[in-house]
Design a protein around this ligand. Structure first.
Ligand code: SF4
Ligand code: SF4
Length: 273
């Protein structure tokens, strides 16, 4: 199974409850992680010490968006640069004792859980998202857990250029930047948007439910040419996002990717004007 949780400079804390809070802006999540990291650095590395620290941190947490999904107070920053999130109770972090039993689950569950992205993402997709979002754990966690969004984003670029996006394309800094900006759509959605947690909506068979925009209800005759991506980010009033505004953003970010990847793209676009 391909690694996703900690790979290269990329790290994820989604299943430890990182985004399960009513205030989930990047600054709010960062502040929470800093508070936890400092508190646990000062706590004795014993069961008693970590249980006491976890209890005080739990009380200070925000209201969960999904009450049935646990939020673990032992998730924090692993490095001084605050560029990597991870489990502060893991033996590799404590330097000895495994203190994960003091968190929201227990060491056995923590060590054996792999989210569905582990089986859905291809090696290439996993490498690509880790490479683009590495060093930005807030964005990486949102993207790596949302396979339909990632595929729609990469598919949208491929549709414009006629070529599949590959990891080697990231060697070109302008394309890397443009793709990072496209994926950053996930950070900019309205709170509560379908697009934020789409990957968490599973059908009875455990597979993700398709997301769809009701264009008729919005007074639009046909689907947007960017429907695949718009549907995954919840470009629909029910999600709190404005379809027209999001469509313009999607178009501009996809075209920036295409132009950075394929210099002939701009010439072809001009020819069709
Ligand atoms: S949500 Fe998935 S990728 Fe993220 S830490 Fe959990 S198992 Fe790993
Ligand atoms: S104890 Fe488990 S749930 Fe808590 S941060 Fe560590 S791995 Fe995540």
């Amino acid at each position: 199974m391909k690694p996703l949780c900690q790979v290269g400079t990329a790290s994820c804390g989604a299943c430890c409850g990182l985004y399960n809070r009513d205030e989930l802006s990047r600054p709010a999540v960062h502040a929470l992680l800093v508070r936890r990291t400092r508190a646990l650095a000062a706590a004795p590395r014993t069961e008693e010490g970590f249980r006491a620290a976890a209890a005080s941190l739990r009380d200070a947490g925000a209201t969960p968006l999904f009450p049935s999904v646990r939020v673990c107070p032992l998730l924090g920053y692993l490095d001084e640069a605050e560029a990597r999130v991870g489990c502060l109770a893991h033996p590799l972090v404590t330097g000895g004792p495994d203190l994960r039993d003091c968190g929201a689950y227990d060491a056995r569950i923590c060590g054996s859980f792999f989210c569905p992205s582990h089986s859905w993402l291809s090696e290439d997709e996993a490498d690509l998202v880790a490479d683009v979002c590495g060093g930005n754990p807030y964005l990486y966690g949102l993207v790596v857990t949302d396979v339909p969004f990632l595929r729609a984003a990469l598919g949208g670029v491929a549709e414009l250029t006629g070529a599949r996006v590959e990891r080697r394309h990231l060697d070109a800094p302008p394309f890397r930047l443009a793709l990072a900006r496209l994926l950053a759509l996930k950070e900019e959605l309205a709170p509560g948007s379908d697009g934020l947690f789409g990957a968490f909506r599973a059908g009875a068979d455990g597979e993700p439910l398709p997301r769809a925009i009701d264009y008729g209800a919005l007074g639009r005759e046909g689907a947007s040419p960017y429907d695949a991506l718009l549907a995954t980010v919840g470009a629909d009033p029910r999600s709190g996002n404005d379809l027209e505004a999001l469509e313009a953003e999607v178009r501009s970010r996809l075209e920036a990717c295409a132009a950075a990847l394929d210099p002939d793209f701009i010439i072809r676009e001009l020819d069709t004007c």
